[in-house]
Design a protein around this ligand. Structure first.
Ligand SMILES: Cc1ncc(COP(=O)(O)O)c(C=O)c1O
Ligand SMILES: [Zn+2]
Length: 369
């Protein structure tokens, strides 16, 4: 019995090649389907990283694991009913390390055997993360970034030793350049590659275990390309399909006014993206995300919600978190801003249990207080 399949989300064709980043037949996004149950006995309780759940990632052999100690991040109480999942404390400073660790662990041998290198496009955090894991695995990486990439993220990526290419124009142009075929290049862009998203499943398992299986009523997170949302949803779905939890938490996707395609689609509104994105939430830039249909469908099925926040609300939330001791990047504060907005609009019952995912560290921000 096969333990998993990688299937097209549209035509259902099966991909046999772990290096495929989209469906080989129709080009639509691929998805990992699991054919085994989540059982507590399979948790490796001596490991305090995502590899505690290594048996739930059957496409990775134990000997191939590439790790920098990612995952098992603290879940800290902010108030009686609100907890913060500190993904900013991952090795490169963001939740992306879960995806990079799983993706690079699954692929580095294939890339090495063919004497190739990996290619990735990113607005900053994912590129830095992928560069770090490529360095750890001893493979070369070429990271394509927008011209507007933040200085600290650019420097971090360079420190890991990968080649970095700045591309002028839209975020879509950066992806196009990264995907252009070149000798030895393996494009494994985190937005499309199904194994990156799949690595983020580990975040749902952790939240469940750290809450002692008393699943929170709501989980708020910032959403741009959708890898975080889809990864976390897949993890909770796996737990529910395995009868380990009764109900899914209500996922609330938080978007900025400037970059809000999911919000508009979800609420049946027309969306006109701005010519240039100037938001302080500079990691949330996917105006036309390739996973939009998948996000919409998955979030509707899971009875989730979307909230949109203004620049002032983000800035206030960012400052407020810092003044409570949590220094995250403005993009992460979007989740807190979204939570505060829903609370103010009385969308949440007063005693609901809430988890906010704080996705990235404040140490990469160039803003001054
Ligand atoms: C700090 C931070 N938060 C949230 C996100 C949004 O994640 P996704 O693009 O998977 O929706 C990103 C993506 O770049 C990010 O860097
Ligand atoms: Zn297909």
């Amino acid at each position: 019995m096969v333990k998993y399949e990688i299937r097209c989300s549209a035509c259902k064709a099966i991909s046999e090649n772990l290096l495929d980043f989209t469906c080989p037949l129709c080009g639509k996004p691929l998805d990992v389907k699991l054919h085994f149950e989540f059982k507590d006995i399979d948790i490796c309780k001596d490991s305090y990283s995502i590899w505690r759940y290594r048996r739930f990632f059957p496409y990775i052999e134990g000997k191939s694991i590439i790790t920098l100690g990612e995952g098992w991040t603290p879940l800290v109480r902010l108030s009686e009913n609100v907890q913060l999942k500190l993904e900013n404390l991952n090795p490169t400073g963001s939740f992306k390390d879960r995806g990079s660790a799983v993706l690079v662990s699954a692929l580095h041998r294939l890339v090495k055997e063919q004497k190739g290198y990996i290619s990735e496009d990113s607005s900053g955090n994912a590129g830095a993360s992928m560069a770090a894991y490529a360095a750890r695995a001893g493979i070369r990486a070429k990271i394509y970034v927008p011209e507007t990439v933040s200085g600290p993220k650019f420097n971090q990526t360079r420190w890991y030793g990968s080649e970095i290419v700045k591309v002028a124009g839209s975020r879509g142009r950066v992806a196009e350049e990264a995907q252009k075929p070149q000798l030895g290049k393996f494009y494994i862009g985190h937005i499309l590659h199904p194994l990156f998203r799949d690595g983020i499943r580990s975040l749902a398992y952790e939240i469940a275990e750290q809450c002692d299986w008393k699943i929170p009523d709501y989980i708020f997170m910032p959403v741009s390309a959708g890898t975080l949302l889809l990864g976390v949803l897949a993890g909770f779905r796996h737990l529910a399909d395995s009868d380990r939890i009764k109900l899914l938490p209500t996922m609330v996707a938080c978007q900025t006014t400037q970059v809000s395609p999911l919000y508009h689609l979800f609420k049946n509104l027309n969306y006109t993206p701005p010519k240039t994105v100037t938001s302080i939430a500079d990691a949330l830039v996917s105006n036309d995300p390739p996973l939009l249909e998948l996000m919409h469908k998955s979030l509707k099925e899971a009875r989730g919600d979307v909230v949109m926040v203004e620049e002032k609300e983000i800035a206030d939330a960012h400052r407020e978190l810092a003044r409570k001791g949590f220094f995250v990047e403005p993009s992460s504060a979007v989740a807190y801003a979204g939570y505060k907005k829903q609370l103010k609009e009385e969308q949440l019952a007063k005693d609901s249990s809430i988890v906010l995912i704080l996705t990235g560290t404040g140490l990469k921000t160039t803003l001054t207080p």
